[in-house]
Design a protein around this ligand. Structure first.
Ligand SMILES: [Zn+2]
Length: 504
């Protein structure tokens, strides 16, 4: 089965912040998990480089838009290895192949009769690069996202006849009830569609920084259509000499933030239909990680709002896995929620260092000390067999639905169960009693097998940590066939180094 997952492409005008890391890590966990299961995976991320905001910022700095885009794209490219993103390609919308493919697809939309020329007048947010409909405008004629005053804009544009797709979009939502996830986002998108669709601008006349409209070279495509098409165009040139479109289109998951729901859940399927292309299977819409600011108000974390929890600082002090873990622990993926540095510190200490880290070092240490590192070849304790029964199927089922937080919680329940088991069986007591050697063998073998399974299941979440753990266990098999309790038998283990040392 093919599995194609994407992140939004990030707008190069912003500096990378936690929101970007969040979307990317979410998609990365799904990609890594599906690779474990032996699926044919393609994972795409990249940057969106066209549009008025980039042109304006470049002008202000006295550089060309391309120079600005090159410089800023590099910051996002550098973010990927830092957060351990395993993306297969990094797309830039200034790639020549992308631009040619955008022209190709939108020419088809034109030739299929879904495009017309007209005059557009409306309220426009230059930061969103988007016109706002009347019911989106905030009090005082402001952008609901940026809270800046909107400008009245009037220009001759090419229009995409979105209104003609209302019925087909409603049919799509009826026939693919998981097209948008989670459910409350599906309802939000569907009610937007049912509220009546207006045609949308497909081009801008007074801009040059974009992809030229092939049938009217005085225009460039509206940046949103150029950007959305990245998901489709990337497959045609991501691997030199190979076209992956047949193999991976339609996408399995577009992972996005809720601020771009309208574009992905309404415009995007409509433009694909207009081009005669299949629509994606799922759009997964995540919420915002909110931080309590100085006034006690909760705000979306974004550079433009000046309220930033720095992912780079977390990575530097605590490591990448700590960030990957925390992003999905306090706030359920798909919901809004509050994060804080205090909560982060608590989770790091209590869960990563104490619960998981201590379990790993304690269990390997006991096998090393009481059995010279040799894992006893005995049958496993039925209590743990039962505690782990069905776990890998549950995790796979949850991740099939991108329920990352719930999958992590299911795994973490077993981290706690194993710690409780160690406390109950007290191997250090058994070791003192020569008559209880068999009980000790069983306890050690049962715990260490649980630790091995946790390693396999946590691989997509904590790839660096699991690699260290698996060194100590002498077994690096993270494929899904190894995910069941009792699926493999470890031979020899070494005492694990501390997985989560105290931060400097
Ligand atoms: Zn805005």
């Amino acid at each position: 089965m093919s599995f194609y997952v994407t992140t939004p492409i990030y707008y190069v005008n912003a500096a990378p912040h936690l929101g970007h890391a969040y979307s990317t890590i979410g998609a990365d966990i799904l990609a890594r998990h599906m690779r474990q299961r032996g699926e044919d995976v393609f994972f795409l991320t990249g940057v969106d480089e066209h549009g008025e905001p980039v042109a304006l910022a470049a002008e202000k700095e006295g550089v060309t838009p391309q120079e600005l885009a090159d410089r800023n794209a590099a910051r996002f490219r550098d973010l990927m290895p830092l957060i351990n993103a395993s993306n297969d390609f990094f797309i830039r919308t200034t790639d020549a192949e992308h631009k040619a493919a955008v022209q190709d697809v939108l020419q088809r939309v034109h030739d299929n009769g879904h495009v017309y020329k007209g005059e557009y007048e409306g309220w426009y947010c230059p930061r969103c690069a988007d016109f706002k409909t009347e019911n989106e405008i905030e009090d005082g004629n402001r952008c609901p996202i940026h809270h800046i005053e909107l400008t009245r804009e009037k220009e001759e544009n090419w229009f995409f006849a979105l209104s003609a797709f209302q019925e087909r979009l409603e049919q799509l939502y009826a026939s693919q009830p998981d097209f948008v996830m989670p459910r409350h986002r599906y309802n939000e998108a569907l009610s937007f569609i049912r509220g009546g669709l207006q045609d949308v601008s497909l081009s801008r006349a007074n801009l040059t920084w974009g992809v030229t409209v092939p049938w009217d070279p005085g225009h460039v495509f509206y940046v949103w259509f150029d950007a959305l098409l990245n998901y489709y165009t990337a497959l045609s040139y991501a691997r030199p000499g190979e076209d992956l479109t047949e193999r991976f289109w339609p996408a399995t998951y577009h992972v996005i933030g809720k601020d771009i729901l309208k574009f992905h859940c309404v415009f995007w399927p409509a433009i694909l239909m207009a081009a005669g292309l299949p629509v994606p299977e799922h759009v997964f819409v995540h919420g915002y990680l909110l931080m309590q600011n100085a006034e006690g108000r909760e705000d979306k974390m974004s550079k433009s709002l000046g309220n930033v929890l720095d992912p780079f600082e977390i990575i530097e002090r605590f490591g990448t896995d700590a960030l990957r873990f925390y992003c999905f622990r306090d706030v359920s993926f798909g919901q809004d929620g509050v994060v804080s540095t205090a909560q982060f510190g608590q989770r790091y200490e209590a869960e990563l260092a104490n619960e998981l880290g201590n379990l790993a070092s304690r269990s390997t240490n006991m096998v090393a000390r009481y059995r010279d590192g040799v894992v006893p070849d005995v049958s496993l304790d039925p209590a743990l067999v039962e505690a782990f029964a069905g776990l890998e199927a549950d995790v796979a089922g949850l991740l099939d639905r991108a329920e990352i937080t719930q999958a992590l919680e299911a795994i973490w329940e077993r981290v706690r169960r194993l710690n409780a088991y160690v406390a109950e069986t007290a191997p250090w007591q058994l070791a003192k009693d020569p008559e209880r050697g068999e009980d000790l063998d069983r306890a050690l073998a049962s715990v260490i097998e649980g630790v091995r399974v946790l390693g396999v299941l946590l691989t997509p979440f904590l790839p660096e940590t699991v690699a260290k753990l698996q060194m100590a266990l002498g077994d690096a098999d993270s494929t899904w066939t190894a995910a069941g309790y009792g699926a493999r038998r470890l031979q020899r283990v070494e005492k694990a180094e501390p997985l989560f040392p105290r931060a400097a």
